[in-house]
Ligand binder design. Structure first.
Ligand code: GN1
Ligand code: MG
Length: 375
């Protein structure tokens, strides 16, 4: 295991005083922004018996997250709030290191930074057509939302400013398309034209918020279902992870992003545009789980825009993938040169299908909301 990554992980583990000999690691491929490794140590179980103790070590993408201090401060406050409110539940546990005499939960090295947390044995799902699991994922994100409903949003920093400000995302795309730094614009004209043609609908949530018609809550903002850890045996949710973007936000973005990812017939970077689209069974199951927790707290405008939010967040992500393609793949990890373009096309195919199914999606949201407002 004599390679640069192993040496780096060992060095990070030492800085965080992880006990016992380090013996192996594997990269966890979930996640398009940070790099995540499961590292294995041999440790003493307290009675003198050797046990294998895994940790998660993450290299944070400092192009996306410019300020580790505010990022980790948010996460510590949020996890502390959830731990206090639900002491019986599993919560994320971050390790600390001392750097320049200061105790903190990240290690800074040049322009990159690292953090370490306990590995929680679990399974995750990228694609899943089991409606029971999808309903549980919806419930888990709904519970997460409610766990933070009494959290003082003014304590949180914006880890990525204007993260779900769809208007700003469009402005960035338009200006980068004009500059066309990599000469890729000609190739993406159809995608750009489609996104511009739906701009007002895609930005409706942002506009409603700016007009004071949608409530600011504390939201997760990155609700892919692979951010819910499940118990491998019972298939019940254990904990919601990936708290980097927990910030003040709109509930529709959490609902919409989960649907965008989970209810798509294909993976988010599928080239099979013919198959890409919303699976209404999955949509229904997720909506049912999510609304079982949140329906009673939703305003009328939130309920009315929940289905539209799926379209909005899908278009927003398409603008982000397309923009990243135009500027030369700086933000998202890419496996091939055209990966961001493939992702853009997939999100556009999904958005087109959502336009057709919007009425059905709205009817499902309405019926689940009514159901959970009754009891
Ligand atoms: C990124 O890295 P990951 O998979 O948790 C991105 C999300 C996108 C998602 C698309 C901080 O999430 O906003 O929806 O990729 N996270 C950040 O797969 O930009
Ligand atoms: Mg994430």
């Amino acid at each position: 295991m004599d390679n640069e990554t192993a040496r780096k992980l060992l060095q990070v583990g030492q800085a965080f005083s992880l006990p016992g000999p380090f013996f192996s690691y594997e990269e966890i491929m979930n996640g398009n922004v940070n790099r995540t490794y499961k590292v294995n140590y041999v440790s003493d179980d307290g009675t003198g018996m050797a046990v294998i103790k895994p940790y998660l070590v993450q290299k944070i993408n400092s192009y996306a997250f410019r300020n580790p201090d505010i990022l980790m401060s948010n996460i510590e406050k949020v996890t502390e709030h959830i731990r206090t409110k639900h002491p019986d539940k599993v919560c994320m546990h971050f390790h600390h290191t001392v750097q320049n005499g200061v105790r903190r939960s990240y290690l800074e090295e040049g322009d990159s930074f690292w953090r370490v947390y306990d590995y929680i044995p679990a399974v995750t799902f990228n694609k899943c057509d089991n409606v029971r699991i999808i309903r549980s994922a919806g419930r888990a994100f709904g519970e997460f939302q409610m766990a933070l409903s009494d959290f003082d949003a003014t304590q949180l920093f914006e880890t990525i400013p204007d993260f779900h400000n769809t208007r700003k995302r469009y402005e960035t795309l338009i200006s980068d398309a004009k500059a066309d730094p990599c000469g890729r614009l000609a190739e993406v004209r159809p995608e750009l034209d489609y996104l511009l043609s739906v701009q007002d609908d895609a930005c409706r949530l942002t506009d409603l918020y700016n007009e004071g018609k949608l409530k600011l809550r504390v939201t997760h903002n990155d609700t892919k279902i692979n951010n819910v850890l499940f118990d491998a045996e019972t298939q019940e949710p254990i904990v919601v992870i990936d708290l980097d973007t927990v910030m003040p936000g709109l509930i529709g973005h959490d609902f919409g992003d989960a649907i965008r990812f989970a209810a798509n017939f294909t993976e988010e970077d599928s080239e099979d545009a013919g198959r890409t689209g919303v699976d209404l069974n999955i949509f229904w199951a997720f909506a049912d789980g999510f609304l079982s927790q949140t329906a009673k707290t939703l305003t009328e405008t939130e309920t009315d825009t929940l289905a539209l939010s799926c379209f909005a967040i899908t278009c927003e992500l398409a603008t982000r993938f397309l923009d990243d393609y135009l500027v030369g793949d700086k933000y998202f990890k890419v496996k091939t040169e055209r990966h961001n373009l493939i992702r853009t096309r997939c999100q556009i195919a999904l958005a087109r299908d959502m336009q057709e199914k919007l009425g059905a999606m709205q009817a499902i949201v309405r019926s689940c909301t009514d159901k959970y407002r009754k009891d």
